[in-house]
Design a protein around this ligand. Structure first.
Ligand code: ZN
Length: 179
Protein backbone atom coordinates (compact mmCIF):
# COMPACT_ATOMS: atom_id res chain seq x y z
CA UNK A 1 0.00 0.00 0.00
CA UNK A 2 1.36 3.38 -0.97
CA UNK A 3 0.06 6.48 0.73
CA UNK A 4 0.84 9.51 -1.36
CA UNK A 5 1.45 12.94 0.06
CA UNK A 6 -1.65 15.07 -0.50
CA UNK A 7 -0.75 18.01 -2.73
CA UNK A 8 -1.83 21.36 -1.27
CA UNK A 9 -3.22 24.58 -2.73
CA UNK A 10 -0.25 26.55 -4.00
CA UNK A 11 1.12 23.53 -5.85
CA UNK A 12 0.76 23.84 -9.61
CA UNK A 13 -0.95 20.47 -10.21
CA UNK A 14 -3.93 21.53 -8.04
CA UNK A 15 -4.64 24.46 -10.38
CA UNK A 16 -4.10 22.60 -13.66
CA UNK A 17 -6.72 21.06 -15.92
CA UNK A 18 -5.97 17.34 -15.70
CA UNK A 19 -5.32 15.29 -18.83
CA UNK A 20 -7.73 12.77 -20.31
CA UNK A 21 -6.87 9.12 -19.60
CA UNK A 22 -6.00 7.38 -22.87
CA UNK A 23 -5.41 3.84 -21.59
CA UNK A 24 -7.40 2.68 -18.58
CA UNK A 25 -5.56 -0.67 -18.52
CA UNK A 26 -2.04 0.75 -18.45
CA UNK A 27 0.08 0.03 -15.38
CA UNK A 28 0.36 3.70 -14.56
CA UNK A 29 -3.43 4.33 -14.70
CA UNK A 30 -4.14 1.26 -12.56
CA UNK A 31 -1.47 2.41 -10.10
CA UNK A 32 -3.03 5.88 -9.88
CA UNK A 33 -6.41 4.28 -9.03
CA UNK A 34 -4.85 2.07 -6.35
CA UNK A 35 -2.78 4.87 -4.79
CA UNK A 36 -5.76 7.22 -4.88
CA UNK A 37 -8.00 4.70 -3.08
CA UNK A 38 -5.35 3.91 -0.43
CA UNK A 39 -4.60 7.60 0.12
CA UNK A 40 -8.30 8.58 0.37
CA UNK A 41 -8.85 5.91 3.03
CA UNK A 42 -5.68 6.77 4.92
CA UNK A 43 -6.53 10.50 5.02
CA UNK A 44 -10.14 9.91 6.16
CA UNK A 45 -11.53 11.53 3.00
CA UNK A 46 -14.73 10.45 1.21
CA UNK A 47 -13.46 11.48 -2.20
CA UNK A 48 -10.09 12.18 -3.78
CA UNK A 49 -8.95 13.25 -7.26
CA UNK A 50 -5.71 12.31 -9.04
CA UNK A 51 -4.22 15.86 -8.94
CA UNK A 52 -4.34 15.56 -5.14
CA UNK A 53 -1.67 12.86 -5.31
CA UNK A 54 0.29 14.82 -7.92
CA UNK A 55 -1.13 13.08 -11.01
CA UNK A 56 -2.57 15.27 -13.74
CA UNK A 57 -5.12 12.65 -14.85
CA UNK A 58 -8.93 12.81 -15.15
CA UNK A 59 -9.60 10.26 -12.40
CA UNK A 60 -11.31 10.49 -9.04
CA UNK A 61 -12.62 8.05 -6.44
CA UNK A 62 -15.45 8.34 -3.91
CA UNK A 63 -16.43 6.29 -0.87
CA UNK A 64 -19.05 7.84 1.38
CA UNK A 65 -18.56 6.32 4.81
CA UNK A 66 -17.98 7.15 8.43
CA UNK A 67 -14.71 9.03 9.02
CA UNK A 68 -13.28 11.13 11.82
CA UNK A 69 -14.68 14.20 10.04
CA UNK A 70 -18.18 12.76 9.74
CA UNK A 71 -19.32 10.57 12.57
CA UNK A 72 -22.24 12.34 14.18
CA UNK A 73 -25.05 10.34 12.64
CA UNK A 74 -24.70 6.59 12.49
CA UNK A 75 -27.75 6.23 10.27
CA UNK A 76 -26.25 8.39 7.54
CA UNK A 77 -26.20 6.68 4.19
CA UNK A 78 -22.94 5.24 2.98
CA UNK A 79 -21.93 4.51 -0.59
CA UNK A 80 -19.34 1.97 -1.81
CA UNK A 81 -16.04 2.73 -3.47
CA UNK A 82 -16.53 4.14 -6.96
CA UNK A 83 -13.89 4.96 -9.58
CA UNK A 84 -14.59 7.68 -12.17
CA UNK A 85 -12.34 7.95 -15.23
CA UNK A 86 -12.80 10.71 -17.84
CA UNK A 87 -16.06 11.72 -16.12
CA UNK A 88 -18.64 14.12 -17.55
CA UNK A 89 -21.61 15.64 -15.76
CA UNK A 90 -24.59 15.20 -18.10
CA UNK A 91 -27.23 16.70 -15.81
CA UNK A 92 -27.16 19.08 -12.82
CA UNK A 93 -30.36 19.91 -10.97
CA UNK A 94 -31.34 23.57 -10.94
CA UNK A 95 -32.12 23.14 -7.28
CA UNK A 96 -29.00 23.85 -5.21
CA UNK A 97 -28.21 23.50 -1.55
CA UNK A 98 -25.53 24.91 0.79
CA UNK A 99 -23.37 22.43 2.69
CA UNK A 100 -20.06 22.41 4.56
CA UNK A 101 -17.03 21.10 2.68
CA UNK A 102 -13.43 20.51 3.53
CA UNK A 103 -10.61 19.25 1.34
CA UNK A 104 -7.44 17.19 1.71
CA UNK A 105 -5.66 19.84 -0.37
CA UNK A 106 -6.71 22.64 1.97
CA UNK A 107 -5.88 20.59 5.04
CA UNK A 108 -2.70 22.47 5.92
CA UNK A 109 -4.87 25.62 6.02
CA UNK A 110 -7.52 23.66 7.93
CA UNK A 111 -10.49 25.47 6.40
CA UNK A 112 -14.05 24.24 6.11
CA UNK A 113 -16.78 26.34 4.51
CA UNK A 114 -20.20 26.31 2.92
CA UNK A 115 -20.54 25.70 -0.82
CA UNK A 116 -23.71 25.79 -2.93
CA UNK A 117 -24.07 22.70 -5.12
CA UNK A 118 -26.74 21.03 -7.23
CA UNK A 119 -28.81 18.69 -5.12
CA UNK A 120 -28.58 15.96 -7.78
CA UNK A 121 -26.37 15.22 -10.77
CA UNK A 122 -26.00 12.62 -13.48
CA UNK A 123 -22.46 11.63 -14.38
CA UNK A 124 -21.07 9.45 -17.16
CA UNK A 125 -17.62 7.91 -16.75
CA UNK A 126 -15.53 4.75 -17.15
CA UNK A 127 -14.73 2.53 -14.20
CA UNK A 128 -11.40 0.81 -13.44
CA UNK A 129 -12.40 -2.13 -15.71
CA UNK A 130 -12.91 0.16 -18.69
CA UNK A 131 -16.70 -0.11 -18.53
CA UNK A 132 -18.82 2.92 -19.35
CA UNK A 133 -21.46 3.76 -16.74
CA UNK A 134 -24.04 6.41 -15.94
CA UNK A 135 -24.78 7.29 -12.33
CA UNK A 136 -27.54 9.42 -10.88
CA UNK A 137 -26.51 10.77 -7.50
CA UNK A 138 -28.21 12.90 -4.87
CA UNK A 139 -27.32 14.29 -1.47
CA UNK A 140 -23.79 13.91 -0.18
CA UNK A 141 -22.61 11.70 -3.05
CA UNK A 142 -23.76 14.36 -5.55
CA UNK A 143 -21.81 16.97 -3.57
CA UNK A 144 -18.66 14.82 -3.46
CA UNK A 145 -18.85 14.14 -7.22
CA UNK A 146 -19.12 17.88 -7.98
CA UNK A 147 -16.23 18.66 -5.58
CA UNK A 148 -13.97 15.99 -7.14
CA UNK A 149 -14.91 16.88 -10.70
CA UNK A 150 -13.88 20.46 -9.93
CA UNK A 151 -10.45 19.15 -8.86
CA UNK A 152 -9.69 17.68 -12.29
CA UNK A 153 -10.51 21.10 -13.75
CA UNK A 154 -8.17 22.91 -11.37
CA UNK A 155 -10.98 24.27 -9.16
CA UNK A 156 -10.89 24.07 -5.34
CA UNK A 157 -13.96 24.41 -3.07
CA UNK A 158 -12.66 27.67 -1.58
CA UNK A 159 -13.23 29.24 -5.04
CA UNK A 160 -16.95 28.55 -4.71
CA UNK A 161 -17.40 28.89 -0.94
CA UNK A 162 -19.10 31.67 0.96
CA UNK A 163 -15.96 32.90 2.71
CA UNK A 164 -17.96 34.28 5.64
CA UNK A 165 -18.82 30.68 6.61
CA UNK A 166 -15.16 29.60 6.85
CA UNK A 167 -14.29 27.79 10.07
CA UNK A 168 -11.17 25.99 11.26
CA UNK A 169 -10.69 22.27 11.72
CA UNK A 170 -11.27 22.31 15.48
CA UNK A 171 -14.54 24.24 15.16
CA UNK A 172 -15.67 21.88 12.43
CA UNK A 173 -14.99 18.84 14.61
CA UNK A 174 -16.83 20.50 17.52
CA UNK A 175 -19.81 21.25 15.29
CA UNK A 176 -19.93 17.59 14.22
CA UNK A 177 -19.89 16.43 17.81
CA UNK A 178 -22.68 18.76 18.90
CA UNK A 179 -25.27 17.80 16.30
ZN1 ZN B 1 -10.92 18.38 -2.38
Amino acid sequence: MIIKKTTQIGEKVIRSKAKKVLNIFSKSTQKTIKDLTDSMRDKDLIGMAAPQIGKSERIFVTEVRKTKYRNRNKTRKSDPLRVFINPKITFSSKKEVWGFEGCGSVLSAGLFGKVKRSISVEVKAFNEHGENFTLKATGLLARVIQHELDHINGIVFVDRADTKTFIGREEHLKMNRKK
